[in-house]
Design a protein around this ligand. Sequence first.
Ligand SMILES: NC(=O)C1=CN([C@@H]2O[C@H](COP(=O)(O)OP(=O)(O)OC[C@H]3O[C@@H](n4cnc5c(N)ncnc54)[C@H](O)[C@@H]3O)[C@@H](O)[C@H]2O)C=CC1
Ligand SMILES: O=C(CO)COP(=O)(O)O
Length: 391
Amino acid sequence: MAASDRLNQTSNILDKSIQKSNSQLSLLQVDTPFKVCVVGSGNWGTTIAKVVSENTAQHPHLFEPKVNMWVFDEKIEGTSLVSIINNKHENVKYLPNIPLPENLVANPDLLNTVGDADIIIFNIPHQFLPKIVQQMKGNIKPTARAISCLKGFEVGKKGVQLLSAYVEDELDIPCGALSGANLAPEVAKENWSETTVAYQLPKDYRGDGKDVDHRVLKALFHRPYFHVSVIEDIAGISIAGALKNVVALGCGFVEGLGWGNNASAAIQRVGLGEIIKFGQMFFPESRVETYYQESAGVADLITTCSGGRNVRVAKHMAKSGKSALDAEKELLNGQSAQGIITCKEVHEWLETCELLHEFPLFEAVYQIVYNNVAMDKIPDLIDELDEFRVE
Ligand SMILES: NC(=O)C1=CN([C@@H]2O[C@H](COP(=O)(O)OP(=O)(O)OC[C@H]3O[C@@H](n4cnc5c(N)ncnc54)[C@H](O)[C@@H]3O)[C@@H](O)[C@H]2O)C=CC1
Ligand SMILES: O=C(CO)COP(=O)(O)O
């Protein structure tokens, strides 16, 4: 077959698959279209807001087209970021050069953004979550449902908590999660990628067509360039998403030292083992299969360790001798590398449980970031306690 025929055949297959998924969606009906909002407008926040706004515009029988996005407003050369986004349809600070849909509306008022929403998508660096959730208490629909796109944990009085569970407890609404191999700039440019959404129907599920379910979530997040698998393992995808940021710091250290790909692969091997062990130990409801079957597992580890912000910040630390916070500030223009906070949260939790020795890589990363332990000690720190090694 000639190359042009093969191309035509591939494009026909793609067209048919898009038509099939569109016709499945037209069969999906809801009593009243859901109103969607996004809390957060950073690099990933704005990207996900773009994704869902494209879908709400395309499926008005399922969703109200307008999507409100809460913006923690700031001045960019004297003009408010909110008004720039709404006039220029671009988030010039956190997602430059990406045109945003006109039905996506930036809103600086948190309560006005979330007050009438049926689906609340959380997407902010997780250190800001507690303050935001406290403000939202009593100011949302009791029937609202939430999805957390955050990667991290909440460590507090209740021990180590998934962020979705924290939202559920604080706001008394069901909350699922979205996590995957999703470097925001690539998704924003509409380069193909996959993601995983996890959601469990709540006890007070109101019934098909009346409430959010897996099909509704797929319709909300799936795009031709962003393929969604919907499962129930909220814990598995959230643990993988949070902890791969710590592993990525470790990769950045060895890469910054100039040790190359083998060293980075070794860190990822040990890291994956510790991620799975952490899940089994503290969240036994998480499924080991999720780590290798879903985008949110190994695939996210690989993409983050290849080109994410955490690996870049750690490399910069290794090369410049700067602290984690200085490196983050210099490289990321207001964005966050969540591994810096997550390794501290993990350390505090493991210390409380007297289990630091079980997670040598996580602990090594913490010691390098917070106690100036030399990066080139990583192999010894891991080797001492690497339980996967045969003596
Ligand atoms: N950027 C990425 O490629 C991906 C990020 N994630 C996760 O998504 C979550 C959100 O990340 P991004 O959107 O990338 O955020 P970001 O790293 O771009 O952070 C900047 C955001 O933080 C906000 N902010 C700064 N100070 C604040 C304050 N005091 N209160 C409230 N907000 C404040 C800024 O207004 C801005 O919206 C994180 O948990 C991250 O790990 C997940 C997948 C991909
Ligand atoms: O979570 C991410 C990719 O899925 C983004 O990772 P970074 O925050 O390291 O860029």
